[in-house]
Design a protein around this ligand. Structure first.
Ligand SMILES: Cc1cc2nc3c(=O)[nH]c(=O)nc-3n(C[C@H](O)[C@H](O)[C@H](O)COP(=O)(O)OP(=O)(O)OC[C@H]3O[C@@H](n4cnc5c(N)ncnc54)[C@H](O)[C@@H]3O)c2cc1C
Length: 443
């Protein structure tokens, strides 16, 4: 029986482990946390349909609720854009601990073995093939290593250059996040219960203030690291316009990171495949990654099963990379350009887009299924995008910036469309170089 190691119990890793154990592989997950310390002390929002992709049933209905529409504010709070997502497309919110309990339970039932409290230190590499992982308890060897160790995976970082997997996350490509639940200071009804504030106080980043029955959920995200003093000061700032946000922290309170960038330029090498945050599978402008990790896990499991000889080489695993990019990744690479645009706009320019109807409520009705410009800029193509901004933006400097964003996005789309069908080291190396060059071109 062929052996598969999953490094890190990320959502995508556990999902891939479950599918592969069900199909007869010997699968072990090595996870640094204890089983009862998996995840974070807060809820997540994601598409319920993604459980179907990983052949898992829906959790019991008492474990989740449907998410409500959110309201977006620009830096000056002049214009509120309220989402209006049709009921059938609404995502669910669920405690992260309950998501983990559900998927770990399903994976165990399918035969996955878990080694909790076992930090992975790096890969074991023979020549240019990954043959296992080093853990605090010793070396573990396998026919395939699936890396689900998150954004800073030591497996990915430990790969030699010959593997061609670039582990650098890059500037403005990760969100530093502080998230905590505070008591509800007032019990009055709140009109906009789920608020997302962009560039508050002119700072590059977002704030999320969600008023729930029992608490108020605060998330502060920035492109630069910040400390607890700054998080508390920002909480105080939000209290001025959100009286429901109390001062007593009741849950959470951690600093964490979310990748907000294009997917990893090469998801595989001999004996290795990356999934989840390790491969930057979040939607670059909203940071949702659970449903995408589940979908990617299915693509990976299908690809592994199609490799009848069990070679698990870059050649045979390349189809996973292609599938992911075709279904989701190419669209996210374009959305990464939109995210980059946010880093070059001034707060005044962003307000202009909100106040003059360039960004509308329907643009903000994005979810983890939004993989193109369609959902956020009401166009089907770069040409539609250009037409829209030329018609709506009178400020010449801002218009020039937005047209440069369109030009860059067109370049990125052209490169992803040229992704090689079959793997040869030479053609894939060339494609990776052109993809990274297109993405790193400044706007
Ligand atoms: C504050 C916050 C809010 C979010 N909200 C949402 C949301 O509402 N909806 C949504 O879809 N997504 C959300 N995300 C993103 C989502 O968490 C990830 O995209 C998703 O979990 C997929 O990431 P992952 O499981 O691959 O990585 P991670 O969640 O980082 O998991 C990696 C796993 O590997 C383990 N690990 C790490 N290093 C080692 C090591 N050396 N050895 C062994 N194990 C290791 C970790 O303990 C962890 O279990 C949020 C993220 C954050 C930080």
């Amino acid at each position: 029986m062929q052996k598969i190691i999953v490094a890190g119990g990320g959502h995508g890793g556990i999902a891939a482990a479950s599918l592969l154990a069900k199909r007869g592989f010997d699968v072990t997950v090595y996870e640094k946390n204890a089983e009862d310390a998996m995840g974070y002390d807060w809820t997540d929002i994601f598409a319920p349909g993604s459980f179907e992709a990983i052949e898992m049933p829906m959790p019991s209905p008492d474990k989740y609720a449907f998410k409500e529409n959110m309201t977006f504010y620009g830096p000056g709070y002049h214009t509120a854009l309220r989402q209006d997502i049709p009921a059938e497309k609404l995502e669910i919110k669920m405690e992260r601990a309950d998501i983990y309990a559900h998927i770990i339970g399903q994976a165990k039932a399918n035969g996955v073995k878990f080694e909790f409290s076992t930090p992975v230190l790096g890969p074991v590499v023979l020549g240019d093939r990954v043959v296992g992982v080093r853990t605090e308890k010793g070396e573990c060897l396998a026919d395939l290593v699936i890396d689900a160790c998150g954004i800073d995976s030591p497996v990915k970082r430990g790969l030699p250059a010959v593997c061609g997997v670039n582990a650098e996350v890059g500037k403005n490509n990760q969100f530093y996040v502080y998230r905590a639940y505070y008591n509800r200071a007032t019990q009055e009804d709140v009109a906009d219960k789920y608020k997302v504030c962009l560039f508050s106080e002119g700072k590059l980043g977002i704030g999320w203030v969600a008023t729930e029955d029992e608490h108020t959920d605060l998330l502060v995200g920035r492109f630069e690291p910040f400390n607890l003093t700054e998080a508390e000061r920002t909480a105080e700032y939000y209290r001025e316009s959100n009286p429901s946000l109390g001062k007593t922290k009741v849950r959470g309170g951690q600093f964490v990171k979310i990748p907000v960038r294009q997917p990893l330029s090469k998801l595989v090498c001999d004996g290795y495949a990356a999934v989840g945050d390790c491969a930057y599978m979040t939607v670059p402008i909203i940071g949702s990654g659970i449903a995408n990790s589940f979908k990617a896990a299915r693509m990976l499991a299908d690809t592994v099963c199609e490799d009848k000889d069990g070679a698990f080489s870059a050649e045979t695993l390349w189809n996973y990379h292609r599938r992911y990019y075709r279904a989701l990744g190419s669209g996210f690479a374009v959305l990464a350009c939109v995210k980059e645009a946010l880093t070059i706009l001034t707060p005044e320019e962003l307000d202009y887009l909100f106040d003059n109807g360039v960004i509308t409520a329907s643009d903000m009705s994005i979810d983890a299924d939004t993989t193109s410009l369609v959902g956020i800029l009401q166009g089907n193509s770069i040409a539609d995008y250009k037409k829209k901004v030329v018609g709506a933006v009178k400020d010449k400097k801002l218009l020039a910036k937005l047209l440069r964003v369109g030009k860059k996005a067109a370049g990125v789309m052209a490169v992803t469309a040229r992704m090689p069908r079959a793997y040869t080291k030479n053609t894939v190396d060339k494609w990776v170089a052109s993809y990274e060059a297109a993405i790193s071109k400044p706007i």
